[in-house]
Design a protein around this ligand. Structure first.
Ligand code: PMP
Length: 285
């Protein structure tokens, strides 16, 4: 947990870090967020995360709370005050505090900003990646604009809990045509029997993952076979490898889908190589 949180202009100890009951994030999930990896005390891919934040805010017509520079100072300061070397920094911006009403509040209502940071154990993360994770498939019951990184994550909460209840670590959500959209908190990838990397193209039905975009740069750089298209659950069962990407897990090998082993049931060579090489491509700030 974050020991110190930035809340609307102040750095506060956790027990005093509170938001109003009238915060529209709390009342309506009327807000957006970002999660950035912290490595060696530095932010990974901050520029891309901030560009996506801007896009999410614009799509929902929430005002930008402050300049990118000021926001960057707060992210770094929250990491520093929590003494995070390896972990994540979380940023949430909501439409602010106002009397509960569906309609947007007055135009001069300032957006509400919360930033927290917490450590993760890199040894434990590497141990998990060395083993790989299991995923289950569930129907994708989310709204039709999941490209916006909104805090409305109830379907993701239910999907990931369903995975946990079955002893898996992630849920792959599946559209009406039987094709995987993405994970509850990650983008989904497979490697076909003939060695081609496949991930779903961007659209309103998946989050444009930052880790996904950096991995795509890495794939192009290394000249690996790659196709951006939707894949079915059946194709995933038959894949040689599978993995997920997210800022908190980078590249995480998937070794079982719905209890069936992927490939030989061990982390794949391509996934493991992408994980190893990721930070040589990522931007550090
Ligand atoms: N899809 C969903 C639904 C997510 O919640 C996340 C993680 N926030 C991702 C994909 C991965 O995005 P990123 O690589 O930017 O962390």
């Amino acid at each position: 947990m974050s020991r110190i949180a930035y809340v609307n202009g102040q750095y506060l100890p956790r027990e005093h870090a509170m938001v109003s009951v009238e915060d529209r994030g709390y009342q309506f999930a009327d807000g957006v967020y970002e999660v950035c990896e912290v490595r060696g005390g530095k932010l990974i891919d901050e520029r891309r995360h901030m560009a996506r934040l801007d896009r999410s805010l614009k799509e929902l017509r929430i005002a930008r709370p402050m300049s990118a520079k000021a926001l960057s100072v707060i992210l770094h300061e929250t990491v520093r005050r929590n003494r995070v070397r390896d972990g994540v920094v979380y940023l949430q911006v909501t439409r602010g505090v106002a009397r509960r009403d569906f309609l947007f509040p007055a135009a001069d209502t300032p957006p509400a900003v919360v930033v927290t940071a917490r450590s993760a154990d890199p040894v434990k993360l590497e141990a998990t990646a060395a083993e790989g994770i299991g995923v289950i498939t569930v129907p994708d019951i989310r709204w039709q604009r999941v490209d916006i990184k909104s805090v409305a994550l109830l379907p993701n909460v239910l999907a990931k809990q369903a995975a946990r209840d079955k002893g898996a670590r992630e849920a792959w959500m599946v559209d009406a045509k039987g094709r995987v959209t993405e994970g509850g908190s990650s983008n989904a990838w497979i490697v076909t029997r003939d060695g081609k990397l496949i991930t779903r193209p961007l659209g309103q039905d998946i989050l444009p993952g930052i880790t996904r975009s950096v991995v795509m740069d890495l794939i192009k750089d290394q000249g690996l076979a790659f196709e951006e298209r939707a894949f079915t659950v059946e194709e995933a069962y038959a894949a040689r490898e599978a993995f997920v990407t997210s800022a908190s897990q980078i590249v995480q090998p998937v070794v079982s889908i719905d209890g069936r082993p992927v490939g030989n049931g061990a982390p794949g060579l391509i996934a493991s190589a992408l994980r190893r090489d990721y930070h040589r491509h990522a931007e550090v700030s």
